[in-house]
Design a protein around this ligand. Structure first.
Ligand SMILES: Cc1cc2nc3c(=O)[nH]c(=O)nc-3n(C[C@H](O)[C@H](O)[C@H](O)COP(=O)(O)O)c2cc1C
Length: 182
C-alpha cells in the first residue's frame, strides 16, 4: 500500500491556494484509488528554528507536538511530495526548516531515520516565473534525496505567479495528469 504525503510550502494566506498546490491537486487526481493521500500545509505547523547540536549534545530527543506529527507523517509515507514554490531560486523557508530538522532526526537514538527513509520516493511539484532558474532548488532536493538513499523523481514544474496562473500552462497541466504514473 502506498501513502503519498503532500507537504505544501506556499506562504500564501490561509484559504488562498497557491499555484504549486493547484498543480499538485491535478497530479494527485490521477493517483490510484488505493493510494493513501495526506496533505499537510507546513505553515500550519509550529516548526522551530533548527539548532545544530552535533558537536555539543551530539544527539536529539524524540520530537514532540507538531514536530512529532511531521516526523510520524514523514515516516509513514512511502512517497514524499514537496509542493514547493521557488523562493529566491531556492527552497521556501517552511520546507527548508522542516528539512533542517532531518539532521536532528538522523541523530535521535533508536529512531533509525536514515534506514527508514531509504527507498522512499521524493517528488517535487513546483511553480515559479521561470523553469530554468528553478534548477538550483531542484538540484538541492535531488541531492538531499540521494544523501538519504531515497529515489529522487523528476520534478513537475508549471508557470506560476498570480493565483491560478498555472491554469494557463497547458503543458504543465498535461504533465500533471500523468506525473505519478511511472
Ligand atoms: C519570497 C518569494 C520569492 C520568490 N522568488 C522567486 C524566484 O526566485 N524565481 C521565480 O521565478 N519566482 C519567484 N517567486 C515567485 C513564485 O515562485 C511564484 O509566484 C509561485 O507561483 C508561487 O507559488 P504558489 O502560487 O504555490 O504560492 C517568488 C515569490 C516569493 C513570494
Amino acid at each position: 500500500m502506498s501513502r503519498f504525503l503532500f507537504l505544501t510550502a506556499s506562504t500564501r494566506e490561509p484559504g488562498h491556494t497557491g499555484n504549486s498546490e493547484t498543480l499538485a491537486q491535478r497530479a494527485a487526481a490521477s493517483l490510484p484509488a488505493d493510494a493513501e493521500q495526506a496533505w499537510l500545509r507546513l505553515a500550519d505547523y509550529a516548526i522551530p528554528s533548527f539548532v545544530d547540536l552535533r558537536y555539543t549534545a551530539g544527539s536529539y530527543p524524540r520530537p514532540e507536538g507538531d514536530m512529532a506529527t511531521l516526523l510520524d507523517e514523514t515516516l509513514a509515507a512511502t512517497d514524499l511530495v514537496f509542493v514547493s514554490p521557488v523562493y529566491w531560486f531556492s527552497i521556501p523557508s517552511p520546507l527548508k526548516t522542516y528539512l533542517d530538522h532531518w539532521s536532528g532526526w538522523l541523530r535521535v537514538p533508536g529512531l533509525e531515520f536514515k534506514e527508514k527513509m531509504a527507498g522512499k520516493r521524493l517528488w517535487v511539484i513546483s511553480t515559479s516565473g521561470n523553469r530554468e532558474r528553478a534548477q538550483p532548488m531542484f538540484d538541492s532536493y535531488r541531492l538531499c534525496a540521494e544523501f538519504l538513499a531515497m529515489q529522487a523523481m523528476p520534478p513537475l514544474w508549471g508557470k506560476g505567479g498570480a493565483p491560478e496562473a498555472v491554469l494557463a500552462d497547458g503543458e504543465a497541466l498535461a504533465a500533471a495528469g500523468s506525473y505519478f504514473l511511472v
